[in-house]
Design a protein around this ligand. Structure first.
Ligand code: UD1
Length: 416
């Protein structure tokens, strides 16, 4: 297992460029299978998750050429071949391949995902939607099989505004003739980015970014060129790094609007944020206070930023409460923060954080992607050295993380 050794963050500053969004890239890569020609996708971050998604698409018959970070995807020869468990299990978003394979090949057989560290993460909402569109669904021996010669438009109400289910169903509906309506849909910026891509291919989509999305499908989608949006969670993570290290950091290549819920909480903590057209700076603040946070679907506070804010609150003034409503087990960073001296109590999905003056460096473990990012932030705000194990989790979601941290003055050593 690889690990980072990180020294406290003094003299941090300069500029960091945010990469393309991982969570936009994954559904867009899957949706690229819908058109026969050559789709050209730019700003796809080079991460294990995007590489695994490309491997999955290749197994399904896509031809993918990486030209200096720009991906050329040709999907003329798709197959409904059985997809291997080892690969599917490497990333939850592998399920997004259901939509293009079902829409184009009429059949898909894929291993059912297991639970993961942060929750059970079922796919019932995806399956209910596909069933409403006419798919026959069979489950057994750890696999789910969906079949449908011709998907039908449908009116689908999601019990919860699931990001993945909205993406999967919107993608399938884009190739389904007629009008599909998804109600109680997710409204994350990544949904809007996927919708732009699908519209560029020839679908008509109205309402992406709101809770009702209307999709008028087109069975002859055409290949296109698309640049994915910047990663708002990577940007938010660097905002937390800037805040905890009281540094002058310019965070470039961002869409400030997408960061509103994060910016609002930093403001409430006492930080002033300077926003430009595509960059953000946090004015260093000697004393900042804890806040109360409840994670919610967008535009609420993102669950993917909850752990990073808990690190920041661990060294803030006062007592703050964090309620995690999206995933049932997303406090895995807490025992690690406790090892660093944080004062946090958990009761179910609620954590109460008593801010202390300083965390202390310790040997800790990244249990999942964002929990790992939280530990990097904590390490930068601690006294003494911190060693973070299992950093493979962190590198699933942060392109060139070690390089970017080094470039802003962080003393970080990676050992494999
Ligand atoms: C996506 C993001 C992830 C983020 C999450 C919530 C990607 C690749 N990942 O994950 O980083 O944390 O959105 O913003 O974009 N659920 C069901 N049944 C379903 C689907 C979901 O019960 O069929 C539940 C999940 O278990 C979870 C909640 O709904 O408790 C939210 O999940 P969802 O929005 O689907 O998250 P993902 O798309 O998996």
């Amino acid at each position: 297992m690889s690990h980072y050794t990180i020294q406290p963050g003094t003299n941090i500053g300069g500029t960091v460029n945010i990469s393309g969004s991982k969570n936009s890239s994954l559904p867009i890569l899957a949706a690229a299978l819908l058109a026969d020609g050559n789709n050209i996708l730019s700003n796809i971050p080079n991460l294990s998750d995007t590489r695994n998604m490309c491997e999955l698409l290749s197994l399904a018959g896509a031809n993918i050429v990486n030209d200096n970070g720009t991906l050329h995807i040709n999907s003329r020869n798709l197959t409904d071949k059985k997809l291997p468990l080892e690969l599917v299990n490497k990333l939850r978003a592998s399920f997004l391949i259901i939509a293009p394979l079902l829409a184009k090949c009429g059949k898909v057989r894929i291993p059912l995902p297991g639970g993961c560290q942060i929750g059970a993460r079922p796919i019932d909402l995806h399956l209910k939607g596909f069933s409403a569109m006419g798919a026959k669904i069979k489950q057994g021996h750890g696999y789910v099989e969906l079949k449908c010669n011709k998907l039908q438009p449908a009116k689908i109400y999601l019990d919860f505004p699931s990001v993945g289910a909205t993406e999967n169903l919107m993608t399938a509906a884009s190739m389904t003739e007629g009008e599909t309506i998804i109600e109680n849909a997710a409204g994350e910026p990544e949904i809007v980015d996927l919708s732009s891509f699908l519209c560029e291919m020839g679908a008509e989509i109205i309402g992406a970014g709101t809770d009702t999305i209307k999709i008028i499908g087109n069975k002859n989608l055409k290949s296109t060129q698309h640049t994915v949006i910047p990663d708002r969670i990577e940007a938010g993570t660097f905002m937390a790094i800037s805040a905890i290290t009281k540094s002058n950091l310019t965070i470039n290549n961002v869409i400030p609007d997408h960061l509103k819920p994060v910016t609002a909480k930093l403001n409430e903590m006492g930080f002033t944020i300077n926003e430009n057209a595509n960059s953000i700076e946090i004015v260093p603040c000697e004393k900042f206070k804890t806040v109360d946070i409840k994670t919610l679907p967008y535009p609420g506070f993102p669950t993917d930023m909850q752990s990073q804010f808990m690190s920041l609150m661990s060294v803030a003034d006062g007592t703050g409460v964090v309620i995690e409503t999206v995933f049932e087990n997303r406090f895995l960073h807490v025992p690690e923060l406790l090892r660093m001296g944080a004062k946090i109590k958990i009761d179910g999905r609620t954590a109460v954080i008593d801010g202390i003056k300083k965390l202390s460096g310790a040997k800790v473990r990244a249990t999942d992607l964002r929990a790992g990012a939280a530990l990097v932030i904590a390490a930068l705000g601690a006294q003494g050295e911190t060693e973070i194990d299992e950093i493979e989790h962190i590198e699933r979601g942060y392109e060139d993380f070690e390089k970017k941290l080094t470039s802003i003055g962080v003393s970080i050593k990676k050992e494999i």
